[in-house]
Design a protein around this ligand. Structure first.
Ligand code: F0G
Length: 460
């Protein structure tokens, strides 16, 4: 007899140690927020109850990883942990050559400096803040070639990270393939809401770029989460293990930058991995200038060991199912309360549509920044703006006006429980109830680069 009882997922781990959380009063939060210039990046984490600012470097490491930390070989050159990491990257991702870096942007800097010349065009499936900035600082210009669906929070297309090949073709026609050093492809497109790219689309992109002699560089920061959506939603992949899908994704690209602070379950670390010896040789030289010797790249031996072990854990089906399952649980709760979120639910967090949530606040008064502040005030839950403040300014000084004006509720891996998810959804719903009374913000301090990190605001 077929059973109609639901089969739930559960965390494939249990707790061995806990970190106590600090609770704050509304008065304390009001004061802390004003002191932080209404920017959640400027809050002290001590004043935060549930921290959903980012999933970057905020994961809980396993006992295996902690044990690995004790096995750190802190030699300046040729650390055993480097060779272990190199072996794991080759085995699990399949890239030939590895350059460790202190985190993702360290790899982006080196790669951009090597591949981009002044006047080059770098097409990509939506920008990411640090990635685009390094491309621009190297003299290039980013061009968005993601499918239009990605810019529409309501559109439920399952692979909103896909590339629109006709957009790429137009760029190749306009500039010529010589001006395009590579196509920049992210798995689990962060700024679109953690939206995946399909294998089918990647294969089509591979065929197109091959014809034009253009390499593909993979921002593989959240590749395992992308693989989960391929397994769940792409025809022919339902029975494939995450590990195999991850390897297939990587095999369709020529190199990668990685922020290991996300998928790979470590608090610090990253790398550049490439298949081309010449690029590797140059990177191996340049890393010495910016990060450290090529066998440590700004990391301690113990950090490389924790990363090597974390990469192995990150491609486990049970892990990724529970990880994304928790995100989906939160998203569904929010939808029950009528909170407008980006659909389909992505891999690393819930992205609340601030334009829909606060339609009476114009984009010049920062609806997403305002909403992030209000959620903090309500419950001490810290989230992040991903809208006009994050988008920054163009080279000519004008603001970018992104279609997506979002607040990201990013879920750290293996850190919070389902009960925390309930508290978060309820707090957001409470703010939604009194949304009509909320007023916007004005910016009173704006730094030149990546302004969202340090900008300050005032209530209007
Ligand atoms: N690429 C993507 C897709 C990212 O999400 C990040 C970081 C980076 C590159 C840069 O890596 O931080 O290690 O230097 N994202 C963090 C976030 C900051 O909160 O989304 P990094």
């Amino acid at each position: 007899m077929k059973s109609f009882i639901k089969k739930s997922w559960a965390e494939p781990y249990k707790m061995k140690m806990v970190e106590l959380l600090k609770m704050t009063t509304p008065q304390q939060r009001k004061k802390a927020l004003a002191e932080a210039g209404y920017n959640t990046f400027l809050l002290r984490s001590e004043d935060v109850y549930i921290d959903l600012l980012t999933d970057s470097g905020t994961s809980a490491m396993s006992d295996q990883q902690w044990a690995g930390m004790m096995m750190g070989d802190e030699a300046y050159a040729g650390s055993r942990n480097f060779y272990h990491l190199e072996e794991v990257v080759k085995d699990i991702y399949g890239y030939k050559y590895l350059i460790p870096t202190h985190q993702g942007r360290g790899a982006e800097n080196i790669l951009s400096k090597i591949l981009i010349k002044k006047g080059d065009i770098i097409p990509g499936n939506m920008y990411f803040t640090t990635t685009r900035l390094h491309q621009e600082l190297a003299g290039g210009k980013f061009e968005d070639i993601i499918i239009d669906e990605a810019h529409d929070p309501e559109n439920e297309f399952p692979f909103k990270g896909n590339v629109d090949l006709s957009k790429l073709e137009k760029l190749v026609k306009k500039y010529g393939s010589k001006k395009i050093p590579y196509v920049s492809i992210a798995t689990s497109v962060n700024m679109a809401g953690g939206q995946p790219i399909s294998i089918k689309n990647l294969k089509e992109l591979r065929a197109f770029t091959k014809k034009h002699g253009i390499p593909i560089i993979h921002d593989m920061t959240r590749v395992a989460e992308n693989a989960h959506f391929i397994q769940q939603k792409e025809t022919g992949y339902h029975d494939k293990p995450i590990r195999e899908i991850v390897k297939e994704i990587c095999s369709l690209t020529d190199g990668a930058t990685m922020s290991a602070k996300k998928d790979a379950l470590v608090n610090i670390g990253g790398f550049l991995a490439v298949n081309d010896w010449n690029v590797f040789e140059e990177a191996r030289n340049l890393v010495v200038v910016y990060e450290g010797l090529h066998t440590y790249g700004g990391l301690a031996g113990r950090d490389m060991e924790a990363m090597a072990i974390g990469i192995g854990e990150s491609v486990s089906d049970n892990h990724i199912h529970a990880r994304v399952g928790q995100v989906i649980y939160l998203g569904e709760k929010m939808m029950e309360y009528g909170v407008p979120i980006v659909k389909p639910i992505g891999g690393h967090g819930i992205f609340v549509d601030a334009k829909k949530f606060l339609p009476h606040i114009s984009q010049d008064n920062f609806p997403a920044q305002t909403l992030a502040a209000e959620v903090y005030l309500d419950s001490g839950v810290r989230t992040m703006e991903r809208g006009i403040v994050s988008a920054g300014r163009k080279a000519n000084g004008e603001n970018y006006y992104p279609k997506l004006e979002l607040v990201r509720f990013t879920i750290p891996r293996r850190v919070y429980t389902q009960a925390h998810m309930d508290v978060i959804a309820e707090s957001t719903a409470r703010v939604f109830e009194h949304r009509h009374k909320i007023k916007g913000l004005k910016m009173i301090y704006e730094p030149k680069y990546l302004r969202f990190f340090q900008a300050r605001f005032e209530k209007i």
